[in-house]
Write a protein that binds this ligand. Structure first.
Ligand SMILES: Cc1ncc(COP(=O)(O)O)c(C=O)c1O
Length: 371
């Protein structure tokens, strides 16, 4: 079986986790929690990092610290994993769905402005499959209308964007807050986990406070709480794994880029296959290698998925449009025709860090069967 995307555990994971077990520091206090935050923020070149239980709670926390709530609207793509959208509803705000670009699959920034109203408080771009949203024009819009930008960078870890002033910024550090997931299939994993990053010290402090039950600690007194906090803490044992994973992140990024090159080369001239496009000011880490099957390919995307399965290759169709699902149908949206088209034609191919060149060749051979 060639899996879609499995973790790569090749470093100090055993050693650091064993240390937690041997010393009894298995829960939410312990040196690895602080170390993972320190190292992650250093890696991201951001001033604050707050570790969370998962990526969903990082997005929830971001909305909460920015004060987004009832009566507010947040513009978000409909082509994403549901965790980009649900936290908007958790805080009582309404999602407004925007379309994506045909060849990058991410938020079409040119469609955003027409959706902005006086209720809009934030925009939530998602760097889907490692492809970055065109952040420069998005930040300009945010400034023009005084809106917050929360980057869902869970799939964009390792991707970089060159701003107009020639500075390079990592996905997740361009907006006001960036959110990451360390779920099992992500670039680095802690089994389950997440992180919030920001360069705003007050927002970072507030996020840490809310994520740890909004505790007020006074000497010789039991806890008191000055806000309604959450238990979004990551246990030390998982943070230990995160520290080990982060030590190898550059190798993982290089591997993903190398796999994408091999795929691109093998698939670039096949009729009916439309490869994804990298923005000119982006250097992306293709977390999941993705492409679109056109009508003239010779078989449909769904037939291809079945063919792959018969050959023991795991693939995944693009996300289904969220705006068509029952709990989300009533919210405002723009024209979402690209989202709908991509959802029926897009496919993710095996993309594990440890994928072998021969396995990529096998995937590409199966793609071409019967053409
Ligand atoms: C785009 C996107 N947003 C958010 C999440 C949420 O992360 P988690 O599963 O860690 O809650 C994920 C991953 O699962 C994701 O792919």
């Amino acid at each position: 079986m060639i899996p879609l995307c499995i973790p790569e555990i090749r470093g100090n994971e055993w050693k650091y986790i064993k240390e937690c077990l041997d010393t009894n520091w298995v829960s939410s206090a312990g040196k690895y929690v602080d170390l993972f935050e320190e190292r992650f923020k250093a890696y991201m070149e951001s001033s604050q990092a707050v570790v969370t239980m998962n990526g969903t709670s990082a997005i929830h926390l971001a909305l909460q610290v920015l004060g987004i709530g009832k009566g507010d609207e947040v513009i978000v793509p409909s082509m994403t994993f549901i965790a980009s959208v649900n936290p908007i509803l958790y805080v009582g705000a309404d999602p407004v769905f925007v379309d994506v670009c045909k060849d990058t699959y991410v938020m079409d920034v040119s469609n955003v402005e027409s959706l902005i109203t006086e209720k809009t408080k934030a925009i939530l771009p998602v760097h889907l499959y490692g492809n970055m949203v065109d952040m420069e024009p998005l930040m300009e819009l945010a400034q023009k209308y005084n809106l917050y930008i929360i980057e869902d960078a869970t799939e964009g870890l390792g991707s970089v964007y060159k701003m107009n002033d020639e500075t390079f910024k990592k996905a997740g550090t361009i907006g006001h807050i960036g959110c990451f997931s360390f779920n099992g299939n992500k670039l680095i994993t802690t089994g389950a986990g997440g992180m919030l990053v920001t360069n705003n010290i007050d927002l970072g402090k507030k996020a840490k406070h809310l994520s740890t039950q909004a505790k007020v600690i006074e000497e010789n007194k039991a806890f008191s709480h000055d806000d309604i906090g959450y238990n979004f803490r990551m246990p030390n044992i998982l943070a230990a794994m995160g520290v080990a994973q982060l030590e190898n992140i550059e190798e993982y990024i290089s591997a993903k880029k190398e796999h994408a090159k091999v795929y691109d080369e093998a698939l670039k001239n096949i009729k009916g296959i439309c490869l994804s496009k990298e923005l000119k000011n982006e250097n992306r880490c293709p977390w999941l290698y993705s492409l679109v099957i056109q009508d003239d390919f010779g078989k449909s995307r769904d037939e291809l998925i079945l063919e792959m399965k018969r050959n023991h290759i795991e693939t995944r169709p693009f996300f289904q449009p969220i705006h068509k699902m029952k709990p989300y149908k009533s919210f405002r949206c723009g024209d979402l025709s690209v989202t709908e088209e991509l959802s029926s034609k897009g496919i993710n191919l095996p993309s594990s860090v440890g994928l072998k060149k021969e396995q990529i060749q096998k995937v590409c051979e199966v793609m071409k069967l019967g053409l």
